[in-house]
Design a protein around this ligand. Structure first.
Ligand SMILES: C[S@@+](CC[C@H](N)C(=O)[O-])C[C@H]1O[C@@H](n2cnc3c(N)ncnc32)[C@H](O)[C@@H]1O
Length: 275
């Protein structure tokens, strides 16, 4: 199917310039990152200004649940404040509703949103998504290798695919289970494979689209956007996350390499074959 290219370059550039004006950092015209709270960042964007939202929020519920069982987070992220863990988004229903409301406002008509969830957050907050969007699917990300966990060990995460209006999809034969290996020895806690975000983008928008991620972390969604020929705007409250992402974007644009995921070319090829 012919992919969409809904946003004329001039519109995209206007949005990029607007976001760029919020930061003192000089950044490439394809991808701009702002150090800001997600809701404040979204509030700074005009109505109906982005083509797709792809995001992986920091659920505090997840962190609390990870302390269940033996009462501790397992592994190198165990001590909060040790610089390896990150700030939590306060995922109360009120805050999450405000977040979803802003996502809806900034999305163009007939556009999709992909939101990642762990199982616990899906139970507590997933139903709120239906108050703002038309929920189309819950996609399972099969991480292939076992992760941490008590009782049954975790091997998956979930992605709500929802829409404002009636977005197009690239093919009617895409599966709702995506098998992509987790990142091991990640430089950033909860760093996700670029291929997950590439799947979201390639299923929904074409080159020149504006992709938005209000919780960028290490910037995997930004790299996926650049690889797909899209513009990217995003935020994170953490200065560390913004620094990592800006460097990652710069290296990717300057030398075509992703410093945080060097397997990317083979992995990308493999993910296309599996799609
Ligand atoms: C699950 S991580 C995102 C990981 C990212 N997908 C990646 O591949 O690296 C969530 C991010 O949300 C950020 N965060 C927490 N509270 C936030 C807030 N209120 N606004 C914006 N970002 C926030 C954290 O600093 C963290 O980097």
């Amino acid at each position: 199917m012919q992919k969409r290219n809904k946003t004329p370059t001039s519109d995209a550039e206007k949005i990029i310039k607007l976001v760029q004006s919020q930061t003192k950092f000089i950044q490439p015209s394809q991808a701009v990152v702002i150090q800001e709270d997600s809701i404040n960042f979204l509030k700074s964007l005009p109505d109906e200004s982005v083509d797709i939202i792809i995001t992986d929020p920091a659920y505090s519920g997840m962190n609390q649940k990870m302390k269940f069982g033996n009462g501790r987070i397992v592994g190198k992220y165990q001590k909060e404040g040790n610089g390896k863990w990150f700030t939590e988004f306060h995922d109360t229903k009120e805050n999450y509703s405000a977040f979803l409301g802003e996502c809806k406002r900034v999305l163009k008509k007939d556009s999709p949103i992909y939101i990642m969830f762990d199982s616990f957050s899906l139970l507590s907050l997933g139903s709120l998504v239906r108050e703002y969007f038309d929920v189309k699917n819950i996609i399972v990300w099969d991480k292939v290798n076992l992760g941490m966990g008590h009782n049954f060990r975790r091997r998956h995460e979930l992605i709500i695919y929802a829409s404002k209006g009636k977005p197009k999809i690239a093919s009617r034969s895409l599966p709702d289970i995506w098998q992509i290996k987790r990142i091991t020895r990640a430089e950033y806690p909860t760093q996700k494979p670029v291929e997950i975000f590439e799947k979201m983008i390639s299923a929904s928008v074409g080159k020149g689209a504006i992709v938005c991620d209000p919780f960028i972390g290490s910037g995997s969604s930004a790299i996926a956007s650049l690889k797909s020929g899209c513009y990217f705007i995003g935020s994170d409250v953490s200065p560390k996350a913004c620094g990592i992402t800006r460097n990652r974007i710069k290296k990717f644009i300057d030398i075509g390499l992703d410093p945080l995921q060097q397997n990317i070319i083979n992995a990308h090829q493999k993910s296309i074959e599996n799609f």
